[in-house]
Design a protein around this ligand. Structure first.
Ligand SMILES: C[S@@+](CC[C@H](N)C(=O)[O-])C[C@H]1O[C@@H](n2cnc3c(N)ncnc32)[C@H](O)[C@@H]1O
Length: 247
């Protein structure tokens, strides 16, 4: 995935500037159906995030209150990089007593999630078009999330791009911050080299316990486009999970 001019300049002057981000795609046109869903229901499902310098940043001082956002107190599952919302909407439909928040920088993906939410009449989902790093650092309250899910993060398979991967030692304290004690961090990838990295990262993650081995496939995840693509290419799908320890 080539670095774009926007990537290089986008974060200048942001007080929370990140030198390297885990994504490139933020724009893209919406289909007619996506635009229609956006116009119709975005105000109900998409968090209005005040920005810093960039379109995926979070203004200093902005936080969300999950109870206010969902209009109730319920367990909260956070999906980072929810893509087109396949897993998010599926999980929310099967578990109406839990709330689901998806963080996604790719606007057409969020719009497609709205298409699906509207079509299926699912209500217990909210979406934020935001980079997960500032969201985990500042937007979400500490110890507010019961489960963090990261399904098929961009693999950044070239070695010189590994620094762009989302699941690194640097993200551990951020996930730890938002998870409640006893909360679960679930990950999956079809890219063995990234799976090995995930296992290493959670294996040495301070404040987490893990089996040290691959987890069972999480049965609450449907086979999404990315998982199907990995299977079709003969790759092994790896699940990894870790438990946030009680202090
Ligand atoms: C390979 S796709 C997988 C999508 C989805 N999880 C699935 O399994 O179908 C990875 C997604 O993560 C998003 N992403 C990458 N870095 C992100 C970040 N820092 N914050 C939020 N989303 C991010 C990308 O835009 C992309 O949609």
């Amino acid at each position: 995935m080539p670095e774009t001019a926007e990537d290089r300049t986008d974060h200048d002057e942001d007080p929370f500037r990140r030198e390297v981000v885990s994504f490139t795609r933020r724009g893209g046109r919406l289909t007619e159906r996506q635009q229609d869903a956006w116009d119709d229901v975005a105000h109900r499902f998409v968090v209005d995030v005040p920005r810093g310098r960039t379109s995926t940043s979070v203004a200093d001082g902005f936080t969300i209150d999950p109870a206010e956002l969902f209009g109730r107190d319920a367990p909260l599952v956070l999906e980072i990089g929810s893509g087109r919302g396949e897993s998010l909407v599926h999980a929310a439909r099967l578990d109406p007593d839990t709330d689901f928040l998806g963080l996604e920088v790719y606007v057409p993906g969020v719009a497609q999630t709205l298409v699906q939410l509207r079509h299926e009449g699912v209500e217990n989902v909210r979406l934020a078009v935001v980079d997960a790093v500032p969201a985990l650092t500042r937007m979400l309250p500490a110890e507010s999330v019961d489960e963090v899910r990261v399904w098929f993060p961009d693999p950044w398979h070239k070695k010189r791009h590994h620094k762009r991967r989302l699941v690194t030692d640097e993200v551990v304290p951020l996930v730890h911050r938002v998870l409640k004690p006893g909360g679960v961090w679930r990950l999956a990838t079809d890219w063995q080299d990234y799976a090995d990295q995930m296992l290493e990262v959670v294996g040495r993650a301070e404040g987490f316990t893990t089996s040290g081995d691959w987890a069972e496939r999480f049965e609450g995840r449907p086979i999404t486009k990315f998982e199907a693509k990995g299977i079709a290419k003969g790759r092994t799908i790896r699940d990894v999970s870790a438990l946030r320890m009680t202090p």
